[in-house]
Design a protein around this ligand. Structure first.
Ligand code: NAP
Ligand code: HSE
Length: 415
């Protein structure tokens, strides 16, 4: 089976290397050689293991290629290329979750009975697409909770365990090949949201795009939040959450305070983990490297092996007819919250804040006022009992207008 690699960067070059180095085991498992014959890049590559061209047409017009593997990144350009390939009845494998977050249903329609592999698009090396689409296909999926972005988990782990500086750890994650070409996708939660949307398609048939769901990243987290979390037995993780109730599904990505005792709270560094609760199997947990060339190549090549064996299952998201799930409006999300407020240190401030909470039907679960050093303000930390997203947003809106508030209130959800 001849393969063209569209994109010879971190993942593309790792796929080529692994196909060459693991040639024997791959052939033994699928009965044929999987040969990377040519790759595409923007720049000239010295010492590449296979020929690399900068001319896309030179690759796309080749008739001898059995599978095209898209590892370029971006949305518009790879989408145009893949559409063109599917129209020519070519098989495709991609790791591009950003493109799938927007165009997955158009691609599913075009792919029809062709093989379209996207195992590497979610949670790196963890074979989570196969788990959800095949292994758990008899279940109603009650909820999914995932650490779906390796870069942000790597940053949060280093901040929490070593007190490291945010920017320095991000730079290291980029050097290690974990981060997206634009790292704001990692730290602002978009990459995790792209992955959550792909999982939600398999679990619920939800057709949402990123703009439809709640997405918050980790850039607002301060060392004070890490301090509070440590003091109160929490760990902060960027979590993707999908929860079904009746015919509604809530989808959200945000930094989350998790009890240190939860298994997923112990997932550190670049590792990802996905917890899936089904009505038949109960809770299950999947763990593995979430980013990096070789780990991602492992998932890409598993799709190639499935294609070689004629085993890549269609339809793409595992549904032959539509399900009746729809998206829960963001304001109806119901959970617990953490608030950090910097306020003027004067009589009556605390009582005004608690009054505003009560007017928004928000009940306080815990409260801490950090002893001051030399600051002219006080930092207050609250956690709440369950309340609606619209109530906490109203409270923050009101707080922002108060003179005694020194910086914008910071809020995090607790799971
Ligand atoms: P990367 O290192 O930036 O590599 C991208 C490759 O594509 C480069 O070789 C680049 O050429 C080439 N390219 C980009 N745009 C092109 C264009 N318009 N025409 C021709 N070549 C083009 O990215 P990556 O980390 O390998 O990621 C690739 C894909 O895998 C992305 O969709 C990413 O989200 C996904 N992914 C990555 C990881 C990871 O851990 N890195 C994990 C899972 C999924 P130049 O080399 O000349 O710049
Ligand atoms: N940038 C992504 C991450 C790559 O850090 O998780 C894997 O999808």
């Amino acid at each position: 089976m001849k393969v063209a690699i569209l994109g010879y960067g971190t993942v593309g070059s790792a796929v080529v290397k692994a196909l060459i180095e693991n040639e024997k085991i791959i052939k033994a498992r699928c009965g044929q050689n999987i040969i990377p014959v040519i790759a595409l890049a923007r720049s000239v590559k010295k010492n590449s293991l296979i020929p690399v061209t900068q001319n896309a047409d030179e690759i796309l017009n080749r008739k001898d290629i059995d599978v095209f593997v898209e590892l370029m990144g971006g949305v518009k350009e790879p989408f145009a290329i893949i559409k063109q390939l599917l129209k020519k009845k070519k098989n495709v494998v991609t790791a591009n979750k950003a493109m799938l977050a927007y165009h997955r249903y158009e691609l599913e329609k075009l792919a029809s009975n062709l093989a379209f592999g996207y195992e590497a698009s979610v949670a790196g090396a963890i074979p989570i697409i196969k788990v959800l689409k095949e292994g758990l296909s008899a279940n109603h999926i009650l909820n999914i909770k995932g650490i779906l972005n390796g870069t942000s988990n790597y940053i949060l782990t280093h901040m929490s365990q070593k007190g490291s500086d945010f920017k320095e750890v991000l730079k290291r994650a980029q050097e290690l090949g974990y981060a997206e070409a634009d790292p704001s996708f990692d730290i602002e939660g978009f990459d995790a949201a792209h992955k959550l949307l792909i999982l939600a398609s398999i679990a619920y048939g939800i057709r949402a795009v990123p703009e439809d769901i709640l997405i918050e990243g980790i850039s607002g987290i301060s060392n004070e939040d890490v301090y509070f979390a440590n003091e109160f037995g929490f760990t902060i993780k960027l979590l993707g959450v999908a929860k079904a109730q009746d015919s509604k599904v809530e989808l959200r990505v945000h930094p989350t305070m998790l009890s240190k005792n939860e298994m997923i709270a112990k997932v550190d560094g670049v590792m990802n983990a996905v917890s899936i609760r089904g009505d038949m199997l109960g809770e299950s947990l999947y763990y593995g490297a979430g980013a990096g060339g070789l780990a991602t190549a492992s998932a890409v090549i598993s799709d190639l092996l499935d294609i070689a064996r004629g085993q890549l299952k269609t339809p793409m998201f595992g549904f032959k007819s539509d399900m009746k799930y729809s998206l829960l409006p963001i304001e109806d999300i119901y959970t617990k919250y953490y608030l950090r407020l910097k306020v003027e240190d004067k009589i009556g401030v605390l009582s005004k804040i608690t009054q505003m909470m009560s007017e928004n039907s928000i009940s306080i679960d815990s409260f801490l006022q950090k002893p001051k050093a030399d600051e002219t303000y006080s930092t207050l930390f609250f956690t709440t009992h369950h309340t609606f997203e619209k109530s906490i947003k109203n409270l923050i809106h009101t707080l922002k207008k108060q003179k005694f508030i020194k910086t914008s209130p910071f809020m995090m959800r607790i799971e």
